[in-house]
Design a protein around this ligand. Structure first.
Ligand SMILES: NC(=O)c1ccc[n+]([C@@H]2O[C@H](COP(=O)([O-])OP(=O)(O)OC[C@H]3O[C@@H](n4cnc5c(N)ncnc54)[C@H](O)[C@@H]3O)[C@@H](O)[C@H]2O)c1
Length: 262
């Protein structure tokens, strides 16, 4: 099936490392142009260079998704450099697994800022442009934690649940303008060190929690008995963002080996 993405213009927030990088490169493989908004300029630049090798436009812009002015300015830059935005992917995310009662307030605030405010900012920033064009697709990366309430991820899970509800509510409001919003929820999807920038989850304290033994234990909880890869997530995102999914909106799709079924 031809996804019809050739020449489309895509913004991927947090598109430098791992899942975001796979999403950016998969769009580029379909000959879509990609602007990456990431606070890790170096890693975003590396991914943008790899996009260009696939024959698409690849642009990296330093962006902090928690900062409304920064998100607005990245969206303006995407419109001026690419001409339009057909698709926005809100992929930036962050978590640090700890029991709720042991977590310091600054970690909650960082989680809410990136995982919930980041998505609110991204969606709001592209809507005027998409309403004017009477078309657009927005895919936000949730998490199965947001569907089932994961142990040691209380505030992160709350944010991802919020992303699901926000997506449903906004899709009811803007469907009349031909704009679709959906959520793709990964399960545990280990990143590779070579695809992880300095600011990636897979470089920090969180990565140390998911040792190979912990990953093996997690895989046993999945009906397919294996963990996901960034490419598994990217395949679902690219399809649901494409016009081939043109009658799908307000939905949440788990890509997690059957971990959640709802
Ligand atoms: N990997 C998993 O196991 C898993 C599971 C469920 C959900 N998710 C979700 O998938 C998404 C990607 O996860 P990942 O594992 O690839 O993480 P990652 O940390 O490797 O990549 C996240 C990217 O977002 C960028 N980023 C973080 N904060 C930012 C900010 N404030 N502004 C701009 N960019 C920012 C980082 O620089 C990085 O490039 C996240 O939304 C995460 O919550 C991941």
């Amino acid at each position: 099936m031809d996804l019809g993405l050739s020449g489309k213009n895509v913004v991927v927030m947090g598109g430098g490392s791992n899942i975001g990088r796979a999403i950016s490169l998969t769009f580029a493989g379909e000959k879509a142009n990609v602007l990456i908004g990431d606070w890790d300029e170096q890693q975003a630049g590396k991914t943008a260079a790899d996009i260009k090798k696939l024959g698409a436009k690849g642009i990296a812009v330093k962006t902090d998704v928690t900062d409304w002015d920064s998100v607005q300015s990245t969206v303006k830059k995407a419109i001026s450099e690419l001409g339009s935005i057909d698709i926005l992917v809100n992929n930036a995310g962050w978590a640090l697994d700890r029991l709720f009662i042991e977590k310091p307030r600054d970690e909650w605030e960082k989680e809410v800022g990136i995982n919930f405010w980041g998505v609110i900012n991204g969606i709001r920033a592209v809507l005027d442009h998409m309403i004017e064009r009477k078309r657009g697709a927005i895919v936000s990366i949730g998490s199965d934690a947001g569907r089932m309430g994961e142990y040691r991820e209380a505030v992160y899970a709350g944010c991802k649940g919020g992303v699901i509800a926000l997506t449903k509510a906004v899709s009811r409001e803007v469907g009349r303008y031909g704009i679709r919003l959906n959520v793709v929820c990964p399960g545990l999807t280990p990143g590779k060190p070579e695809d992880s920038g300095e600011m990636s989850l897979w470089r920090g304290e969180e990565a140390a929690i998911f040792t190979p033994e912990a990953q093996e234990r997690a895989a046993k909880a999945y009906p397919l008995r294996k963990l996901g890869t960034p490419q598994d997530i990217a395949n679902a995102v690219v399809f649901i963002a494409s016009d081939r999914a043109g009658h799908i909106t307000g939905q949440t799709l788990s890509v997690s080996g059957g971990y959640t079924m709802m």
